[in-house]
Design a protein around this ligand. Structure first.
Ligand SMILES: [Mg+2]
Length: 274
């Protein structure tokens, strides 16, 4: 009984948060094909099914993947902010969850702890103290190397592009992942969900938008603007945002996966069917 009420409450809060987030995005570009996809999701997507729905016309030739919570776990990122600001890591994670549920930007969690914080200055202070951004192989989700290689093995061009600093771009390139290119928002000077970011994604992919799949965990930063740019879209159910909204029918994802290992077979089948 109590578990049922809890589940109902959680579903309600996540739905309200998504509606708040969606209200912050201009959905006009989605009218038409996006809404058609949305209706199909109501009929065919169940919780945790690997699914393929209303695919964009054409064969996928290139896959571009988001970084945070798609390839890289955010544990170190938020943990290091908690340590820098002097609060327990659990407090930081809970606040990130809270601002997500309120439909606010992640950075609001930092402002709750340190009202008025100058984030650019804080980034610089952390770098100067030798506690700047860092990542290595242990930050990757365990399916990343094999998953990326498998995508290349079925003949796809594979790229990485997400909202990250130039430093993270350098660190990722240093990991020698099996990909064709890596780029970050700081390197491009434009960030998601801006349409100009997805123009750069299309150039990086080297394929027409309808033949390029963008994979990400976040409905508002990844799926909705990628769809608006004409890309095929895939929502990965991991990280707080992917798990909270992974099955929400109002998110117009063409594919929904539980991990990267699901993807090559879906795309290979798509290539074979056409
Ligand atoms: Mg992400």
């Amino acid at each position: 009984m109590w578990n049922g009420l809890q589940a109902l409450y959680t579903a309600f809060v996540s739905r309200v948060a998504l509606v708040v987030l969606l209200q912050r995005v201009d959905l006009r570009p989605l009218q038409g094909s996006g809404l058609r996809v949305l209706e199909l999701h109501h009929q065919s997507v169940g919780p945790h099914d690997v699914s393929q729905v209303a695919y964009a016309a054409g064969v996928v030739r290139a896959v571009v993947l988001d970084i945070g919570e798609t390839l890289v776990r955010d544990d170190r990122y938020w943990g290091s902010w908690a340590d820098w600001l002097g609060v327990p890591r659990h407090t930081m994670s809970a606040l990130v969850g809270a601002v997500t549920a309120l439909g606010l930007d992640n950075a609001e969690a930092l402002r709750m702890i340190r009202p008025g914080i100058d984030l650019q200055a804080a980034y610089r202070d952390r770098e100067d103290a030798g506690r700047g951004e860092y990542l290595d192989d242990t930050d990757l989700y365990p399916d990343v190397r094999d998953g990326l290689q498998a995508l290349r093995d079925v003949g796809l061009r594979v790229c990485v592009a997400g909202n990250q600093t130039a430093q993270v771009g350098d660190l990722l390139r240093g990991l020698r992942l099996p990909v064709d290119a890596i780029a970050t928002s700081a390197e491009w000077g434009v960030a998601k969900p801006d349409a100009a970011f997805f123009d750069r994604v299309i150039k990086l992919a080297g394929a027409p938008p309808g033949e390029t799949l963008y994979v990400g965990d976040h409905p508002v930063n990844d799926v909705i603007p990628a769809k608006a740019a004409g890309l095929a879209t895939c929502l990965i159910r991991r990280g707080p945002w992917g798990l909270l909204w992974g099955d929400d029918p109002s998110v117009p994802a063409d594919l929904r996966i539980n991990g990267l290992a699901d993807l090559p077979a879906l795309l290979e089948n798509d290539r074979m069917e056409r």
